[in-house]
Design a protein around this ligand. Structure first.
Ligand SMILES: Nc1ncnc2c1ncn2[C@@H]1O[C@H](COP(=O)(O)OP(=O)(O)OP(=O)(O)O)[C@@H](O)[C@H]1O
Length: 263
């Protein structure tokens, strides 16, 4: 395996965390050309709770290509967040295979998983997950710290990302001084700053009113259409799901239906 170094990569190069044929390089691309963004085969996740096993996912197989726009929908407790956490490499499956950009995540140790997350995936959460007392620009720059990007370059890229979500005039505001919609846009800018292949968004409009929700969806749609970033989001809202080109319906830990709009 050859691991090319990215212009900003120092972090991933020395860990020696990748084994096998494929890997992530410093630019967030993989050694497996043309691989799906995600490929899951009989993916399962059980939790043990006070001696009782809860089968949150019971064998999910799916393939998501680069550049897709997918909504994961289903009733409360059906396993949507569990699936999202697995896809995002925030958690490991108890059975089955998951490949992210062609990399089998079972071949990675925790450091390798963190590298994969950092290089390939941007996260957006319902409750924003921003540092409340840190300026917008520093919140957005944070993921680049873990990549060893220098301070001036971090700031430049964070400013660019904030401008791209319409917050060029709010660089030095803190999240506590911003509206919910603005905070979610900061969170999107933070997800984008590392130039991810995929944005995973767990209920990104869940805490927003209709207008701000639409604005956030508009940004995600633009990101998908103009930059070819794959967007995978979990939502309860039918109007939000309708904006995705593909909807994966999850029920009782299984895929019940997988529907795609005609192009
Ligand atoms: N850490 C955990 N420990 C034990 N059980 C868990 C844990 N996380 C989730 N579960 C259980 O796994 C199942 C799936 O949960 P999950 O959060 O994935 O559902 P969801 O579809 O995202 O639900 P919601 O729409 O309410 O957020 C549920 O029965 C839940 O109680």
């Amino acid at each position: 395996m050859t691991r090319a170094m990215g212009d900003d990569g120092g972090e991933t190069s020395h860990r020696g965390v990748l084994r096998g044929e494929s890997g992530v390089n410093g630019r967030g691309t993989t050694a497996v050309a043309g691989a799906p963004a995600f490929e899951a085969v009989e993916l399962a996740r059980s939790y043990r709770l006070e001696g009782v096993s809860v089968d949150a996912l019971r064998g999910v197989s799916l393939r998501i290509s680069p550049g897709e726009f997918v909504a994961i929908v289903g009733p409360s407790g059906s396993g949507k967040s569990t699936l999202m956490h697995l896809l995002g490499c925030l958690d490991r499956p108890t059975a089955g295979v998951l490949r992210v950009n062609g990399v089998d995540v079972s071949t990675l140790d925790d450091g390798g998983l963190a590298d994969l997350r950092n290089q390939v995936i941007g996260f957006v959460f319902q409750s924003f997950h921003l540092l409340g007392r840190t300026s917008a620009v520093d919140n957005v720059a944070l993921p680049l710290v873990y990549r060893g990007v220098g301070r001036a370059e971090r700031r430049r890229r964070a400013q660019e990302a904030l401008t791209s979500v319409g917050l060029g005039h709010r660089m030095d505001h803190r999240p506590s001084q911003m509206s919910g919609g603005e905070q979610q846009r900061v969170a999107i800018a933070r997800a984008l700053v590392g130039d991810p292949k995929v944005v995973l968004a767990d209920e990104p409009t869940g805490n927003l009113d209709t207008r701000n929700g639409e604005e956030v969806m508009g940004i995600l749609a633009r990101l998908n259409a103009e930059r070819g970033v794959a967007v995978v989001l979990v939502t309860h809202e039918a109007e939000v799901a309708a904006q995705a080109r593909r909807r994966i319906h999850v029920r009782d830990g299984l895929i019940e239906r997988d529907e795609e709009d005609a192009r």
